[in-house]
Design a binder for this molecule. Structure first.
Ligand code: NCD
Length: 314
């Protein structure tokens, strides 16, 4: 009897995607392989599957989002789920309801998947302990953004064939960036060498424990790199002054065609968006289809989210 109960408990335990740190190499590769199969489907004229037919997906976005929210929305719909996206600006949170009360309310409606973006690091983990369904992290504070790193990895693999052995530079506001953290974990896990480049004030103190080389000079940090990932200044997470001025930041850390020459000849440029043109990146470079993978990142984001929804929803 006791054994039977245990088996049932294990079967009913939902799986969660909370961060790259919780993934094994095998799990990460499985998601990427599954995602590859959706690229072609998304480019075709008939994009609808019924893998998640009968399942309910709730997207809970507590922070503004264009790419991630629409991408999860489309991904769920293309797999046949019933998708509800909640604009948390209009929710009872405004009336003082806590995240946990919101979670309990939604849980009572029997969703199968909750996708959450939240300004507090750890919010998806907390939510996963309170609900009976799969929780997928769509970005929490400055901690992790696992599906962004996975879509970045898929984009690199699509262009370069492999991640192992590549040299990848991540440049900008490393301190406040969940994209940087998830990418550092994932690219290291998949065998890349990672350089991070930032002004001293935007470099996390614990950077040396993350298995990367850190630089405050673009010329040195970009040397020999195959991929250059640029990040936005996360002003919403800055209290006080981290930089003398945006103009000075652009001068030293903004990616221009001249600075890109410090990297390998065939280096490619990535950015998770939203981009601040003229702050972290030259506007022409951002649109240069010979080097910029920005649009491809958005495209493959849908495939990656479809893979995650399919693999994580019991
Ligand atoms: C990132 C995010 O929200 O963490 N954007 C995204 O998901 N595409 C990066 C950012 O906001 O700068």
């Amino acid at each position: 009897m006791a054994t039977e109960k245990k088996v049932i408990a294990i079967k009913n335990t939902p799986k969660h995607l909370l961060g790259i740190q919780n993934l094994s190499v095998l799990e990460a590769k499985k998601i990427l392989t599954e995602a590859k199969s959706f690229i072609k489907l998304n480019r075709g004229s008939s994009k609808k599957l019924d893998v998640l037919r009968g399942k309910t997906q709730i997207n809970l976005f507590f922070e503004p989002s264009t790419r991630t929210q629409s991408s999860f929305d489309l991904a769920g719909k293309r797999l046949g789920a019933d998708v509800m996206t909640m604009n948390m600006g209009n929710s009872a949170l405004k009336k003082g309801e806590t995240l946990i009360d919101t979670a309990m309310t939604l849980n009572a409606m029997h969703p199968d998947i909750i996708v959450i973006r939240h300004q507090d690091s750890g919010a998806p983990n907390l939510l996963s302990q309170k609900v009976n369904c799969t929780v997928i992290n769509a970005g929490d504070g400055r901690r992790e953004h696992p599906t962004q790193a996975l879509l970045d990895a898929l984009t690199i693999i699509n262009r370069k064939g492999n991640i192992e052995g590549l040299k990848i530079a991540i440049c900008g506001d490393i301190l406040h960036s969940r994209v940087a953290r998830s990418n550092i974990y994932l690219m290291n896990m998949l065998g890349a060498e990672v350089n991070v480049i930032a002004p001293k004030t935007l470099m996390p103190k614990e950077i040396d424990n993350l298995g990367v080389k850190s630089f405050t000079d673009m010329k040195k940090g970009l040397d020999g790199c195959d991929i250059v990932m640029m990040l936005r200044l996360q002003n919403e997470r800055m209290q006080g002054s981290f930089l003398p001025s945006k103009r000075e930041y652009y001068e030293f850390f903004g990616l221009t065609p001249e600075k890109l020459k410090f990297a390998k000849k065939d280096a490619l440029l990535m950015h998770p968006g939203p981009m601040n043109r003229g702050v972290e990146i030259d506007t022409k470079l951002a649109d240069d289809i010979n080097v910029s993978l920005v649009k491809e990142q958005v495209e493959l984001g849908v495939a990656v989210r479809m893979a995650c929804l399919k693999l994580y929803c019991n």
